[in-house]
Design a protein around this ligand. Structure first.
Ligand code: 5AD
Ligand code: SF4
Length: 446
């Protein structure tokens, strides 16, 4: 335990991009209190574990991380103050406090604006827990955004009312809540002033975002994206994650109308079997989903599609899994994520009959991954020989090498005269399933 207030901190975020965003905001809050981020690889006075609860072993991982931090701290002569944030904190805060005496702070995803005060309380010898869900208060209490990378996240919506039967999100993140238009426009401006050329709008159900514009008109995500596109220095807008049932006409059309809206859509389907989809409470069929993809492709023919899949949902038969392979073949994804079903405590699917053996899930997962890799490689190969704009986001491993993203969210590496945040023209010359090799043509006007 630290007797004096912490001066340096590490925030370690696990899981989704919303957690990455929350982790950045926590770091900003702590910085505003006079603390500074500890250097990479060195010890900090405060460690915030910003946890994820979406799939198995998340809680065990948190306990083993805590154990390791305590052990390393003892060896180095000072155990840092440990705070557990994120969705595991929300779901299992009380148990963590009971089981791990070295944890001094437990703070849920909707209460982290109180983190500095809780840390101060803990540093004074106490312990602090807060897992209330007053989401609106949180955003209003966060400091103004400052320096950010070329590609920045902006949470526009939180929570979920869909209650898919396998998912913990409605319980850990609470009900759907859209942040107000004016707050988002001003946060986006601050991000661009801080160096962002691309903004990814985030939400568990981002396309369920709704609000009122400055004239009091009701708008959805397409309207928000249209407003943000007016910010001159902002070159690219993305959004994730969307639900098929919230893919409204305006958003589909926006892909053909808003030139800053990137040709990429992450639209999880989870399964290709109507029976499984029903048991998942997904409220769409496989055919209904494919119809949405068709309409999106009609609006933006070059759009790259991405999805999420769960294999081994309770009761899934081999034939039903075959329907998932079928929808994959029809959708032709540019990339996708696939997961073994994980029984999450408190969700309806966790106690459904017909739980599938782990080896069966492994086998299905391997076959699904093979199919998805075949498609992502085909997508990337089809881009070889084309020229596109790449947003430079990071230095590569080799001298003079840069990493960036194409409009279709392909990772592109190239060498040459460029700088972080540049939009450069690149010829795509090489394709792998997960990245592309490019040749620099020109540095585009900044
Ligand atoms: N088991 C396996 N995968 C899950 N996901 C959500 N909950 C579970 C679960 N219980 C996956 C879904 C979702 C993605 C973020 O995580 O595919 O889209
Ligand atoms: Fe979870 Fe379904 Fe909501 Fe996505 S839509 S967050 S999978 S409950």
């Amino acid at each position: 335990m630290t007797a004096t207030p912490p001066r340096t901190f590490h925030v370690k975020s696990f899981g989704c991009q919303m957690n990455v965003y929350d982790g950045e905001r926590m770091a900003e809050l702590l910085t505003a209190e006079g603390m500074r981020a500890a250097d990479e690889g060195s010890a900090a006075d405060l460690v915030v574990l910003n946890t994820c609860h979406i799939r198995e072993k998340a809680t065990e991982k948190v306990y083993s991380d805590i154990g390791r931090i305590v052990k390393d701290g003892r060896e180095a002569g000072a155990v840092p103050l440990i705070a557990v944030a994120g969705c595991v904190a929300q779901a299992e805060g009380e148990e963590i406090m009971a089981r791990a005496p070295s944890v001094r702070v437990v703070v849920g995803p909707q209460a982290y604006h109180h983190l500095p005060a809780m840390v101060a309380q803990a540093a004074a010898g106490g312990r602090a827990t807060e897992t209330d869900m007053p989401a609106e208060a949180k955003f209003a209490a966060l400091p103004k955004r400052r320096k950010v990378g070329a590609s920045a996240f902006l949470t526009v919506q939180e929570g979920c009312d869909k209650f898919c039967t396998y998912c913990v999100v409605p319980y850990t993140r609470g009900a759907e809540l859209s942040r107000p238009w004016a707050d988002l426009v001003s946060e986006a401006r601050a991000l661009v002033e801080g160096g962002a050329r691309e903004i990814t709008l985030l939400g568990q159900n981002v396309n369920a975002w709704s609000g009122e514009d400055d004239k009091g008109r009701k708008v959805g995500l397409a309207g928000l994206a249209e407003e943000l596109a007016k910010i001159d220095e902002l070159a690219r807008i993305r959004y994730t994650t969307s639900h098929p049932m919230d893919m409204d006409d305006a958003l589909i059309e926006a892909h053909g109308l808003n030139p800053k809206l990137m040709p990429f859509l992450h639209l999880p389907v989870q399964s290709g079997s109507d029976r499984v989809l029903k048991a998942m409470n997904r409220s769409h069929t496989a055919a209904g989903y494919l119809r949405i993809l068709e309409r999106v492709r009609a609006a933006r023919p070059d759009i790259a599609l991405s999805g999420d899949f769960i294999v081994g949902f309770p009761g899934e038969t081999e034939a039903e899994f075959g329907e998932t392979l079928q929808i994959v073949a029809e959708a032709r994804y540019a990339q996708a994520f696939s997961f073994k079903f994980s029984a999450r405590p408190g969700t309806p699917a966790a106690t459904m009959g017909g739980q599938i053996a782990s080896e069966v899930m492994d086998d299905r997962l391997q076959r699904l991954i093979a199919a998805l890799q075949r498609d992502s490689l085909a997508f990337n190969k089809a881009s070889v020989g084309t020229r596109c704009e790449v947003l430079v986001e990071r230095k590569g491993r080799h001298a003079g090498q840069w990493l960036g993203k194409s409009p279709w969210l392909q990772s592109v590496h190239f060498t040459g005269d460029a700088a972080l945040g540049d939009l450069v023209e690149v010829d795509l010359v090489e394709a792998g399933p997960n990245s592309m090799g490019g040749r620099l043509v020109a540095r585009a006007a900044a």
